[in-house]
Design a binder for this molecule. Sequence first.
Ligand SMILES: Nc1ncnc2c1ncn2[C@@H]1O[C@H](COP(=O)(O)OP(=O)(O)O)[C@@H](O)[C@H]1O
Ligand SMILES: [Mg+2]
Length: 391
Amino acid sequence: MQLKKFLSSDLKLGIMAGGQLGKMLIQEASKWDIKTYVLDPDEHCPAGGIASVYVKGSFKDFNDVYNFGKQVDLLTYEIESINIAALHKLKQEGLEIIPDPSVLEMIQDKGLQKEFYRDNGIPAASFRLYNSKNDILDAIVVNEIQFPFIQKLRKGGYDGRGVAVINDEYDIKSLLEGASVVEQKVEIEKEIAVIAARNEKGDIRCFPTVEMVFDSSANLVEKLVCPSGIPEDLSDKAKNIAAKVIDKLNMSGVLAIEFFIDKQGSILVNEMAPRPHNSGHHTIESVMTSQFEQHLRAILNLPLGSTMLKMPSVMVNLLGEKGYEGPVRYQGLDETLAIEGVNVHLYGKKITRPYRKMGHVTIIAKSADDAAAKAGIVKNTIKVKSWKENS
Ligand SMILES: Nc1ncnc2c1ncn2[C@@H]1O[C@H](COP(=O)(O)OP(=O)(O)O)[C@@H](O)[C@H]1O
Ligand SMILES: [Mg+2]
């Protein structure tokens, strides 16, 4: 049914929410003349200005999500913290929601996610579930939990929030309150990611493996390198696991999977997200089909596009500079744009804050090393500041 509407340019695609991923999804949808509806509480959100229709409301609120769903033909999302009860009701009433709400519901809970990996033979760090901080303290006393370990709140965490690294008893003060996963601390050599896509017919394609390099002070991806530079057999292993996971989930759309490679060279799934993902920003310029177009192809049950790498790339986030908060002012854009292979994406957020994701730059070059060298220059040239300096 949605395909017919797509072919006649009548399709109304609903997207929750209106962040940068929503904006980039709309940029691709507009190539195919799809009408896009966006739900977001902030009328100045990145996607608000380019959606065909912006709807003010919270993706966490039952009525807002339900009423939004009633206006569209097909509903998808670029964020995970959506009101699930509203999605279930909309689905019951016949709305197509892709990926399926049941997949989102499982992924919203890191405990259920870990159980899914365990039950399906997907390699991941071993874990236990606890209902509260007190239960974790009790388990430490009886030696059921040993240091070092990682505590993750089952729900609501993102960008490192909701994750506590407990190396020894002195870190116990950092334990978080709430139902949690406690998992073994992995000796991480590298963090990599693979984005898989699947359509309803069951076709699956995986994007090239990327390496994620983290900025430890911001707990955000500092740069993304593609191809990842890990041995090809490891990269193939990651892609095979990604394909197995998306198949077991029986889902349509794109699914981003983050992995650890440990010091022994073993590969472990860390977590997944059933939506376009920041680890796929570079696909816009460096891969035959971007993750956003792939998501549209997948949710419309169209043939999936080629995931062949056109050119190596490095992606760097443009984060708000420390010490600046207020209306944004970009510095060094002109010098940056003079560099060959530089692609600047500004999300359109009006206010900058320290470490806020304000944009990204993808540099494509003949080799990943060349791209990385240019990325270093870009990082030192573009600064996201404000007129006002706070300290
Ligand atoms: N079991 C683990 N062992 C070691 N480091 C971990 C482990 N789990 C998470 N981390 C570190 O914490 C970061 C954030 O954890 P993650 O589960 O990805 O949460 P988020 O939802 O905040 O991205 C990871 O990217 C990784 O660097
Ligand atoms: Mg993560």
